[in-house]
Design a protein around this ligand. Structure first.
Ligand code: GRG
Length: 308
């Protein structure tokens, strides 16, 4: 997907091939995840097969791409950011496995395949999620270390995003909001936590792996936060405009579960407008990188225009 990167302060407009970038980064991430995880044959094989089943089911790898892109925007290396990109993907996959369970969203399909509990049973699916969450901390703890940020900083970053004040808080509010009328402010609270928190954790970790400055870290936070909010609005729009085949998961679930979404509260057109505004805010946050964040800019544009 050739995109012309001009918004984020590039002095000379040039085209950026996001498709090739994503294919390349996804391959790197997949190889690294394969190295970090216990082999599928490691005892007890069931749990390792279940962890790998969901991890390699064909996710878009957006959080790792954001992490690696943030590192590159700060002049860091992909190799230094790679373990943290993998840690975030493990947490994301755990959250999807648990979200699909009968006690939560009760879904049969995810990433175009049967959900984890449909293949391995509920007990193993819960444990596969738990094991992926734990795996993320092992991967982060084994990193080689950074001069400006300690292991404690990095681990705290992940605990904050995944804990009961962010990711889990968002999921709790989402569960409690089902079938109830909620205001736009409460919906934003949910989106900030269940979606944005892990996205800006990804960009921040990428920056930290590159020893970014405080100003760069703030820019990456603002960028990830706004991209995260736009991402969830687009996700809600796709839920009502796309088919299950297109999405690789059951479409139309939000309406059926009477979930509060932007399209339900403000309508489709206004939701699209808000997603555009948020993406523009994200572009604005990248100015500090003076054209070195073209991959982040292209990713934000891709996430806004995606159809799955
Ligand atoms: C169970 C602790 C716990 C949290 C669940 C992640 C989550 C919170 C719920 C999943 C459903 C949902 C709407 C999450 C918001 C984030 C989101 C849209 C996830 C889907 O991310 P994609 O599209 O998925 O990047 P792939 O499969 O491509 O990685």
């Amino acid at each position: 997907m050739p995109l012309t990167a001009t918004r984020a302060g590039a002095r000379h407009p040039h085209s950026f091939d996001l498709q090739t970038y994503l294919t390349d980064r996804t391959a790197l991430v997949n190889r690294a995840l394969d190295r970090f995880l216990p082999k599928a044959t490691a005892r007890p094989a069931t749990i390792h097969k279940a962890m790998r089943y969901s991890l390699f089911a064909g996710g878009k790898r957006m959080r790792p791409a954001l992490c690696l892109g943030a590192a590159e925007a700060c002049g860091g290396s992909v190799n230094d950011a790679l373990p943290l990109a993998c840690a975030v993907e493990c947490i994301h996959t755990y959250s999807l496995i648990h979200d699909d369970l009968p006690a939560m969203d009760n879904d049969d399909y995810r990433r175009g395949k049967l959900t984890n509990h449909k293949v391995f049973g509920e007990g193993i699916a819960i444990l596969a999620g738990d094991a992926l969450l734990t795996q993320a901390f092992e991967i982060a703890a084994r990193c080689k270390g950074w001069s400006r940020y300690s292991h404690q900083d990095v681990i705290l970053e992940i605990t904050r995003a995944a804990g009961s004040l962010q990711l889990i808080a968002g999921q709790v509010a989402d569960l409690e909001g089902e079938g109830r009328k909620i205001a736009a402010g409460q919906l934003k609270y949910i989106h900030e936590r269940k979606t944005s928190a892990l996205l800006y954790c990804s960009t921040r970790l990428g920056g930290m792996s590159a020893n970014c400055t405080a100003a760069q870290l703030k820019a990456l936070t603002d960028f990830g936060y706004n991209v995260g909010l736009a991402f969830q609005i687009i996700d809600d729009i796709l839920d009502i405009t796309q088919t299950s085949e297109q999405l690789g998961k059951t479409a139309g679930k939000d309406t059926k579960a009477q979930k509060a979404t932007y399209p339900a509260i403000v309508g489709l057109q206004k939701s699209k407008k808000i997603a555009h505004q948020l993406t523009n805010r994200a572009f604005g946050a990248l100015k500090i990188f003076r054209g070195k964040a073209v991959m982040l800019e292209a990713l934000a544009e891709f996430l806004l225009k995606r159809d799955r």
